[in-house]
Design a protein around this ligand. Structure first.
Ligand SMILES: [Fe+2]
Length: 494
């Protein structure tokens, strides 16, 4: 009779009737000669005995880093499983199953991307916080304010609410309300005339993304001279700019968190991204009560836009730890509250989630830019007058599929955060699942899902693709794009 034998590696008795295990005789016969044997990974007590230089997963990490990872000091931050070297040395049958296939391996830890995140914008959030506008402007030392708004926001009473707060704080306030949707250089020039008349010490952008972008544009030209076209690009303002406060009344663009203004050339219709750190708002005043007056279509369009900001910024080739943190939280909030804000528009919880999500997505863009979906959407707006949110909804699912081969792990991470996702999805199917989820968001919002529904035909695709290939934002897409590849995405969306 063969007595039960204790396995050295796991310390459990093994049955003699277990035919899956070799017999003692066979084990002896098949044993390699002593000099050919591999060193034991574990001693009887389970301690690691393998020499470091013969370790199968030896990496160029320094000794100190390996020691800290083994102790668990960096484990949680870096996503490394506990005792990585020890588990690797167990025989294959005894290795624990991988619980989180999307976690980075030790090798991937070498892809550490440097970044410079300099928070310039104070974020004040809460229902009713519009009443603090005057106090916040006073803290910045202002005595005269120019409030940039649009006629719809004035009609909704939000502009007056802000003016009352400013005047209560002893600040002389004037309104410029000639902002149009997708603001143009003509809007900026009219605003600069108003600014020269009232000589403000602070500018308040109170409204949607158009009002906030126009406020930035006015500030560029009022403080630095020239015309708006001179600031197309990054860091073109030589002189300091006036402090600004953003009071968003929509949850979408995230302009309140960014240093970029999107202004269209009134003649050429080119959409100019004008960015400068000095153009960042000093304060973003987030009051979800102001978003209650958004018409349902605006809620849908701005919501889809914010969702695209979270998804695109999470995978760009400029992504880093800071941008990923904002993208992830933005996506978590937006995917949880998008259906709610459409179905229960008066729910302040859903409104708050959308407004915070949109603002965090703006911070993510500030740190990692956007990708091919925005490059494809801009020509649709310029050539077919398709509004931004609708254009984004048409192309984003197809961009996710296009990027899927390179970004499946990151898309899988987003899926894990979405409440619509029940259980883990196979990591290779994550891009398709995420594309379906985004398309479902657009359908739920009543937005078209095919380009042909908006009058785009196959004959227009070469010209659209050529325009899309010139968009700066496309250079940040994780998978390189050119006119040919962008044309295939348009065709898929047709
Ligand atoms: Fe956008």
């Amino acid at each position: 009779m063969v007595r039960p034998r204790r396995d050295n590696s796991i310390g459990q008795p093994r049955s003699a009737n277990d035919e899956s295990q070799p017999t003692e005789t066979a084990r002896t016969e098949n044993r390699p000669r002593r000099r050919d044997r591999q060193p034991k990974a574990y001693s009887r007590r389970g301690r690691l005995t393998m020499r470091r230089d013969r370790h199968p997963r030896r990496t160029p990490l320094g000794k100190g880093m390996r020691r800290r990872i083994r102790r668990g000091i960096l484990r949680d931050a870096l996503g490394v499983p506990a005792r990585p070297f020890a588990s690797a040395c167990l025989p294959p049958r005894d290795r624990p199953p991988r619980e989180f296939p999307s976690r980075p391996s030790l090798i991937e830890l070498h892809r550490v991307i440097p970044f410079d995140y300099y928070p310039r914008t104070r974020i004040v959030f809460g229902p009713g916080k519009i009443d603090a506008l005057g106090e916040l402007a006073g803290e910045l030392g202002a005595r005269r304010a120019l409030v940039v708004s649009d006629p719809g926001i004035v009609a909704a009473g939000h502009t007056e609410h802000g003016l009352v707060s400013l005047r209560r704080a002893g600040i002389e306030a004037h309104v410029f309300d000639q902002v149009e949707e997708n603001p143009t250089t003509a809007n900026v020039e009219a605003g600069v005339v108003a600014a020269r008349r009232w000589d403000p010490e602070i500018i308040v952008g109170l409204g949607g993304g158009s009002s906030m972008d126009c406020a930035k544009g006015i500030n560029f030209v009022f403080t630095n001279g020239g015309r708006m076209q001179d600031y197309w690009g990054v860091g073109k303002a030589a002189r300091e700019m006036l402090p600004m406060i953003a009071v968003p009344t929509t949850a979408g663009t995230g302009s309140e968190s960014q240093s970029f203004a999107l202004i269209s050339d009134a003649k050429t219709h080119a959409k100019m991204a004008c960015g400068d750190k000095k153009a960042s708002f000093r304060v973003a005043l987030l009051d979800p009560l102001l978003t209650l007056t958004q018409p349902p279509r605006v809620t849908a369009l701005t919501g889809i836009d914010a969702i695209s900001h979270a998804v695109e910024s999470y995978v760009t080739n400029a992504r880093n730890s800071a941008s990923a943190a904002f993208s992830r939280e933005a996506w978590r909030l937006l995917s949880r509250h998008f259906h709610g804000v459409l179905d229960r528009p008066e729910d302040i919880g859903d409104r708050s989630g959308m407004q915070l999500g949109a603002s965090f997505a703006g911070l993510a863009i500030e740190n990692s830019m956007l990708g091919a979906a925005h490059a494809l959407a801009n020509p649709l707006t310029a050539s077919f007058n398709i509004v931004h949110g609708e254009a984004i909804a048409l192309v984003l699912p197809h961009v996710i599929r296009f990027n899927g081969s390179q970004c499946h792990r990151w898309y899988h991470e987003l899926l894990e955060l979405a409440p619509q996702q029940n259980g883990l999805v196979d990591i290779d199917r994550a891009p398709e699942k995420l594309a379906e989820l985004v398309a479902q968001f657009a359908s739920h919002a009543g937005l078209p899902t095919r380009l042909s529904q908006r009058g785009v035909d196959a004959a227009a695709i070469p010209r659209l693709a050529a325009d899309a290939a010139k968009q700066w934002t496309g250079t940040f897409n994780p998978r390189p794009v050119d006119a040919a590849s962008l044309a295939t995405i348009y065709e898929a969306a047709l």
